[in-house]
Design a protein around this ligand. Structure first.
Ligand code: ATP
Ligand code: MG
Length: 138
């Protein structure tokens, strides 16, 4: 069944010039781009987005990183979009990511790991609404 997920190309991947390659990988994997924008987020905005991780030891470092430069926010659609994007991304730590995954190809570390993808339907809904208005989803 067709499903939507939310993704971010993180600041590390943009700084290294991998934005176009990652978008091409996503399209090649069969995702339709429903919405796309380049923007920068503030530290408080990053804290709001990653609120579920607020008790984790890496929260301060993660939100500083996510607000350190431009990102690309994406809404993506395909059958099983949430699970398939997580598969295409690879493991959180690129050292454990499988060959051919985005994190294996482009991530530098467990924190600066190139891409975000929603982990469940409710998370996807929250994350899409955090970045996009309904009229931007086309
Ligand atoms: P994302 O939510 O960004 O798609 P994920 O679901 O694979 O990644 P999470 O456990 O949700 O991983 O962690 C969110 C993000 O926090 C990771 O993508 C990474 O940038 C950062 N992170 C996770 N674990 C660590 C860690 N041990 N040290 C530093 N940063 C971490
Ligand atoms: Mg996550």
């Amino acid at each position: 069944m067709s499903q939507r997920t939310f993704s971010i190309i993180k600041p590390d991947a943009m700084r290294k010039g991998h934005t176009g390659a990652i978008l091409a990988d996503i399209e090649k994997a069969g995702f339709r781009i429903v919405a796309i924008k380049k923007l920068s987020i503030s530290k408080p905005q990053a804290e709001g987005f990653y609120y579920v991780h607020k008790e984790r030891p890496f929260f301060d470092s993660l939100t500083t990183f996510m607000s350190s430069g431009p990102i690309v926010a994406l809404v993506l659609e395909k059958d099983n979009a949430i699970g398939d994007l997580r598969k295409l991304m690879g493991a959180t730590n690129p050292a454990n990511a499988e060959e051919g995954t985005i994190r294996k190809r482009y991530a530098g570390s467990i924190e600066e790991n190139a891409i975000h993808g929603s982990d469940a339907a409710e998370t996807a809904q929250f994350e899409i609404g955090f970045f996009f208005a309904g009229h931007e989803l086309v």
